[in-house]
Design a protein around this ligand. Structure first.
Ligand SMILES: *Cc1c(COP(=O)(O)O)cnc(C)c1O
Length: 412
């Protein structure tokens, strides 16, 4: 062959005997076939075969297989983000004339998608109280094709009674989808409680380093795989094998990261809970969080994300106090190595339930830093809030006996 040809054609080198622990990155749009006949029959290769890079590479399939195992499902598909996974999980199964019932505590972009795009496509969209299965029972009807859950919910972290919801939905002939991003498939397995579809924002804990966007959709049966696979192909949605390799690498340390972050979160949540300026802490492992008993019943562990509800008037000073933080960074998309805080508004993201507490919550995500440094940072934040909320400016209800004075005297 001429040099030009030798530049273009890649020789096949022996890979036999090279067995690394990491997963190879298989880049490819085109794949070639050994014969014209193989090419002509490529569509018959099925979901485990390869026909084109968009429909899967050995790298993406490896990640899909690992997630399928953890979720105890039949098959997993990857999407370019967690939001993409949620959208695909719904679009693959609903059409004009159907109804979708969505938990009022859902990830806000899911609400946006439903109220803009699903409605535009002729799908009826309704929201239900995430902690009231009987309210769901009243809303569900023959047209309902899907009940969408997120447990615990975004920001306010209500844990849902999934087995009960599944029973109501299946009786009405509806599918149940569940966004499982908070717990990850390590600490909660919605399919084992009867859900039909589970999604993850792999962007968060599973990848774990805040440097890649990806989502997954896992279905409980092979029958549900076809519609998802078909929609992904027709819409031209796939993920990069380089990104999949990053997620695979992150996933190897998921159990230790999650265990460390959830223990740190518990310690930080207790500091907030015991502070007089704090009304309550929303964290499924703590009593006082809606669905705490369900969390104990159904979950295998927690993660590092919780929210803090302050007493009236305190949150007005939150922005200035956050600027005092030295270890925590201010930002969204938790689940990485760095601890994060983000002020979150609740009321504008509710339509079915009423949020009567302070509208501005502080969402805290514990990362992997030393707990001592994290505790000191939170104490700095609380001290700054105390300075701004001197006792004479506090409503009487915020002064819980002697605790506030004690804290001040100790110079916290
Ligand atoms: C972050 C998040 C998503 C979206 O994930 P992206 O990859 O950022 O699109 C979906 N659901 C929940 C519960 C999330 O927290």
């Amino acid at each position: 062959m001429k040099d030009h040809t030798n530049c273009v054609v890649t020789p096949i080198v022996k890979a036999d005997g090279f067995d690394p622990l990491g997963v190879a990155v298989h880049r490819g749009s085109t794949i070639v076939f050994r014969s014209a006949d193989e090419y002509a029959n490529r569509a018959k290769r099925g979901m485990d075969g390869y026909s084109y890079g968009l429909y899967g590479t050995p790298t993406t399939r490896t990640l899909e297989r690992k997630i399928t195992q953890l979720e105890q499902g039949a098959r997993t598909f990857l999407a370019p983000s967690g939001q993409g996974a949620n959208v695909i999980a719904m679009l693959a199964f609903v059409g004009a004339g159907d109804k979708v019932l969505i938990a009022d505590s859902c990830y806000p972009p899911v609400r946006d998608f439903a109220t803009h795009d699903l409605k535009r496509l002729g799908v009826a969209v309704d929201f239900y109280d995430p902690i009231s299965p009987s309210a769901l029972e009243h809303r569900i009807d023959d047209r309902t094709r899907m009940v969408w859950c997120e447990s615990p919910g975004s920001t306010t972290l209500e844990v849902q009674d999934l087995p009960r919801i599944v029973e109501i939905a299946h009786r009405a002939g509806a599918l149940v989808g569940c966004d499982n991003t908070w717990a990850t498939p390590l600490n909660y397995k919605p399919l084992s409680y009867g859900a039909d579809i589970v999604t993850e924002a792999l962007t968060k804990y599973v990848s774990g380093h805040s440097d890649v966007l990806m989502g997954s959709i896992t279905v409980s049966t092979d029958a549900l795989a076809g519609p998802v696979r078909g929609l992904l192909g027709r819409y031209g949605i796939g993920v990069s094998p380089d990104d999949a390799a990053l997620v695979l690498r992150g996933m190897e340390t998921l159990p230790v990261r999650l265990a460390y972050a959830s223990e740190s979160a518990l310690q930080l949540a207790q500091i907030f809970r015991d502070h007089p300026l704090v009304d309550r802490v929303l964290f499924p492992p703590m009593p006082g969080c809606a669905g705490h008993e369900l969390w104990k019943r159904d979950f295998l562990g927690a993660s590092g994300v919780f929210s803090v509800v302050f007493k009236p008037d305190v949150s007005a000073h939150l922005a200035a106090a956050l600027d005092q933080l030295q270890v925590f960074a201010i930002g969204a998309s938790w689940g990485g190595t760095r601890s994060l805080v983000a002020p979150m508004q609740v009321r504008s993201n509710r339509s079915e339930t009423e949020w009567t507490d302070d509208d501005l919550l502080l969402r805290v995500s514990a990362g992997l830093e030393a707990r001592e440094d994290l505790r000191a940072d939170i104490e700095r934040l609380l001290a700054s809030l105390e300075e701004k909320n001197l006792p004479q400016r506090l409503p009487v209800s915020a002064l819980d006996g002697t605790r506030y004075m004690l804290n001040n005297e100790q110079g916290e």
